[in-house]
Structure formats: C-alpha cells, structure tokens
Design a protein around this ligand. Structure first.
Ligand SMILES: [Zn+2]
Length: 429
C-alpha cells in the first residue's frame, strides 16, 4: 500500500496516453483527420496530460475554465489549478473546424501527438490575452515594476510574449495522446512518468518526498536546498525540466550529467532520486511555482522546495513571492480539490566563509563580504566568458562538465545579469 500523497483532483492519475491496439487504431484514425499545428508549450502540456502529470486535466480548457483559472486559480468544478492549459489556432483553422469535429494535433517536428474532439472554440481578443497576462504573469509587482508592467513586459517577459503571440482562437476538448515524444530515449532512467516515479518512491517505502525544481545546473546552493529537504523528509526528488528553455540556457543533457556527478559524489544515494519532466518553461513566476507543486503532487511529492526567486523572470517578482502565493491560494472543499503538496520554504542560501559552510539568512549573521552568493546566472556568465569561478560557487566536478560544454559552443552567448541573480538586493523576507 502506497504511503504517498494522492494525485491532485481526487480521480487518481488520469492518463490519456494510449497504448497497444488502442494506440494503433487511433494513429490510423488520426492520419485521416484535419491537422492542426501546435506550439512547443502545447506539446509539453499534451505529454503531461498523457502521462497523468496534469491530473485531473485531460483536455484543453474551454472558455469558462480558462477564465476561472486565470481569475481564481480554480477549474469551474472548484478544483485548484494555477495556470491556463489552452490550445490556440488561427482564424483560418478556427473557421474550418466545427464543434464536434475530431482533429489531429501535430507538433513542430511534424509528429502527430494527439487527437482531440473539439467541444468549444472561442475567440481570444487582445483584451483577453492581456487579462491573462496581468493575472498570471504580473505577480504582485514590486517597486521596480509597479505600474510599468506593460512598458517592459513585451520586451523582457518571455511568458507574456508567448501568450500575446498566441493565435486568435482557442480550441477546447478532451485529448487522446499518441506519443511521449523522444524524452524516454534522450533521457533514459531520468525521464519518468508520475506512475514510474511513484513506484520508485514506494520501493523505498517513502511517504514524505520533497521535490527540487531545476532548470539551471545544480550548484552548491541547490545541493544545500536538497540536503535540507533530505534532513526533514524521507527522500528528495531532484526533478529537472527537460523541455525547452530560452536561448543561452544550458541544455538538459548537460544539466542531467551535473546532477549525476553530484549524486554520485556528494549525496547518500539511498535518499535521492533524479527525474526529468517534459515541460517547457512558462515563465509564470509565482504561478509557475504553484504549477510545479501541483504536478509534483501527481508524481507523489508532498513538499515542494521553494527558495528565493523560484521560477523568477528577470526582476519581475519579489524574491519570496513564490513562497507567499501559497498563503493566498483557494483551498476548495471536496475530495482532491485542494492542493496537497505544500511548500518547503527556504531563505537565501550561500556559502559563508565565517560559518565555514553553507548557510542561510536564518542561520548566518555575518557580513555580506563573508558570503559567496551563488546563482545559476552568475555562474553561466563566468563560464561563458571563460572567467575563473570563485571558490565554493560550484563543485569542481560540475564545473569541469560546464567548462567543457562552453568550450564546445560555436556561438557565443551573452548572459544578461539581473538584480535577482547578482544578489544585489539580498534582504530578509
Ligand atoms: Zn556566516
């Protein structure tokens, strides 16, 4: 009997990925259906629906659910859900599709990923998109952004740019997923479905599992966060994004290798499992932090590690906004409707020379000069410029892998430094 937290939504893992004869029949059917192109984000959302990562969701949202999620972080049936999961099409496609039609969804590589029965099509005006952006991406707006969101967001906020670039109509309806993509081949043993992760946790007899979300190489600060979690939970799931990132970010293959070496050299392997999930970044800041916790619950995780600037985008959010938002979310009554994966909130962490070890603002009272502030962005900048990396920034074994990656790059990437990453505004919550 599993001791893990139940999947979100109260319906178990809702997987709509087909297998065997059902898959073969659907693939054959899909070949004759009208084809609709989908974006990389929609592709990732489909795979997550397929493998139960988005339980209880198995459909692209209709207008009522979209509006409720954007406004109240709840589906119309009351279930907590933090970000819209929608499918956009242009007017020509929308005109050619009638409610009740079945369509095939084809990704940017030309692979038919799913079929869908269209239950609703609805227009997304500029005003609708702006409404979504303000609710989902604006956050509380700190002093540097307040009132200026739209002046800077179209230039600097990749999540906003993505939503504003969506086409004019959304299609809603249940999906049947035909493929998991090539994640299983590309990341053997790392990419896993919620059911597979749960089986691994069950095998170890875990009941409390923390997840560490990663999209940057794992450095000392991440290692410390994971180890804090190990001290208070049965195990930690180091769970990296293996979908698309933005230009200049380090590819998942390289990041996975860094985690491998860290687990091998610096962890008690009994208490840690590495995994990868097939989503792209939505760049939704605090709301994305909530999404991280929501789908982690489906993976069997009941504590989500939320450090400073979790899922941050430039300087758009307060350092601890992704922690604070957990206090404000709806807690609907009814089986499975509320989020059960709770945040494991951790303050600024760093190496402190006077403490002679890793510390946080809660444990260290030394001066700024005594601390080595660690951030992925800072590390990438130093490595991409071939500069020395200060002591205690990352483990040498990890830096060797990263240096080799940067030396192999043909195109130089410029890393833009932001306040969040430089530690310039480090302050207590
Ligand atoms: Zn100290």
């Amino acid at each position: 009997m599993s001791k893990l937290v139940a999947p979100h939504g109260g319906k178990g893992l809702t997987c709509c990925l087909l297998h065997g004869a059902a898959l073969e029949a659907e693939v054959e059917k899909a070949a004759k259906l009208k084809k609709v192109k989908i974006s990389p984000r929609e592709n990732g959302d489909l795979i997550m629906m397929g493998i139960g990562g988005f339980s209880p969701i198995t459909n692209f949202m209709n207008r009522a659910d979209w509006k409720n999620v954007v406004e109240k972080m709840q589906l119309t049936d009351g279930t907590f859900w933090p970000v819209p999961v929608t499918l956009s099409v242009d007017k020509a496609d929308a005109d050619a599709i009638t409610t009740g039609d079945q369509i095939a969804l084809v990704n940017t590589d030309g692979v038919t990923m799913a079929t869908m029965t269209v239950t609703e099509k609805y227009q997304m005006t500029e005003a609708d998109k702006k409404f979504e952006c303000e609710k989902v991406f604006m956050g509380k707006g700190d002093d540097s952004i307040n009132g200026k969101f739209w002046q800077v967001a179209m230039e600097d906020h990749p999540g906003v740019k993505m939503v504003m670039a969506q086409k004019e109509y959304n299609l809603a309806g249940p999906v049947k997923v035909l493929s998991e993509g090539d994640f299983r081949e590309k990341f053997p043993g790392v990419y896993m479905t919620p059911a597979e992760a749960r089986a691994k946790f069950d095998e170890k007899g875990w009941s409390t599992v923390a997840a560490l979300q990663l999209r940057n190489p794992m450095h000392r600060s991440h290692e410390y966060l994971a180890k804090i979690a190990v001290e208070v939970c049965d195990g930690v799931f180091i769970h990296s994004l293996v979908g698309n990132l933005k230009k200049g970010d380090i590819p998942a293959e390289v990041r996975v290798k860094c985690i491998d070496v860290l687990i091998d050299k610096y962890f008690n392997k009994e208490n840690v499992i590495q995994g990868g999930y097939p989503l792209d970044m939505r760049y939704a800041g605090p709301r994305e932090g909530l999404l991280h916790a929501t789908f982690r619950q489906n993976y069997g995780v009941n504590r989500m590690i939320i450090g400073r600037d979790h899922a941050g985008v430039g300087d758009f959010y307060g350092m601890f906004e992704a922690q604070e938002i957990f206090e404000t979310i709806p807690k609907p009554a009814g089986a499975g409707k509320a989020l059960l994966c709770e945040p494991l909130k951790i303050d600024w962490t760093f190496y402190c020379h006077k403490c002679d070890g890793m510390a946080s603002l809660r444990t260290c009272n030394h001066a700024k000069e005594d601390r080595v502030i660690l951030s992925g962005t800072k590390l990438r900048k130093a490595l991409s410029e071939g500069a020395e990396v200060v002591d205690h920034f990352g483990r040498e074994e990890v830096l060797v892998i990263l240096r080799a990656y940067y030396q192999g790059l043909t195109e130089k990437v410029e890393i833009k430094m932001q306040g969040a990453a430089s530690g310039a505004d480090m302050k207590k919550k």
